[in-house]
Write a protein that binds this ligand. Structure first.
Ligand code: KIV
Length: 256
């Protein structure tokens, strides 16, 4: 089974994860990743939404169908958007639709104890689930603050992680969890933790691809920009414009 790939935790080899929203990006990302997430971050990255809550199931399905065409080896996981897993039956109906239409390997849901029954029901019905704890963008109102500073928060995060492992999720994304707690959780549970802003103690890392390529203006502390792709895009487009204006393009080589 493909999900077995995430047993990388046992090999102590870091798990490489990135987001993708379309085929061309997925094709390149897939060469280097273990897991590709069609994240509901596409709401802010592609549609300028101020919250992931506005992302619909259909948006996720259409982008995922495109991503699917670009993946040959990575696990493909699809974010279930806000309001699509309010109760057990709705969650199962929507997850089945996503799995069937996108041919993904599993889904990601935000939450711990509060969605225990829903996650249990999905897993019982053979839907592989990736958990998501720490900052959960679908529930955040106002500023994004890191998690695990207070004792109460630390206990809750640890308990939620243990609970998610117990009910059978295959991994947990930890978003903006304080370093020492991320390490404690990673050491405590046997399934992999995938960090985003949660230190290098996690078993793997995930980032939004558009952020690391410099396509977004993200100022988030944990985002490392590996290239400013916009500079290259601008250069190519400017050159196209110049060549068309100067009648250099299309030359003989590009004409019939
Ligand atoms: O929506 C998303 O892209 C995510 C992340 C973990 C990157 O949930």
């Amino acid at each position: 089974m493909r999900i077995e790939k995430l047993k990388l935790k046992k090999n102590k080899s870091k798990i490489i994860c990135l987001t993708a929203y379309s085929k061309n990006f997925a094709e390149e990302i897939d060469k280097y990743t273990d897991l590709i997430l069609v994240g509901d971050s596409l709401g802010s990255v592609l549609y300028n939404f101020n919250s992931t809550r506005k992302v619909t199931l259909n948006m996720m399905i259409e982008h995922s169908k495109s991503v699917r065409m670009g993946i040959t080896k990575s696990l493909m996981i699809v974010d279930m958007p806000y309001n699509t897993y309010k109760n057990k039956n709705e969650a199962l109906k929507n997850c089945k639709k996503v799995m069937k239409e996108t041919k993904c390997h599993g889904v990601k849901l935000e939450g711990g104890k509060k969605i225990k029954n829903i996650v249990q029901h999905l897993i019982k019905n053979n839907i592989p689930v990736l958990g998501h704890l720490g900052i959960m963008p679908q529930s955040v109102k106002g500023n994004f603050k890191s998690k695990g500073k207070s004792l109460k928060e630390r206990k809750q995060l640890m308990n939620d992680s243990i609970l998610l492992e117990k009910i059978g999720v295959f991994g947990i994304v930890l978003e903006c969890v304080e370093k020492s707690l991320a390490k404690k959780i990673t050491n405590k549970i046997s399934i992999p933790t995938i960090g985003i802003g949660s230190s290098n103690s996690c078993d793997g890392q995930i980032l939004v691809t558009d952020d690391i390529l410099g396509l977004t203006q993200s100022k988030i502390k944990f985002v490392k920009r590996y290239i400013d792709l916009r500079v290259h895009i601008r250069k190519a487009i400017k050159q196209f414009k110049t060549e068309v204006k100067n009648k250099k393009y299309p030359s003989k080589k590009y004409s019939y």
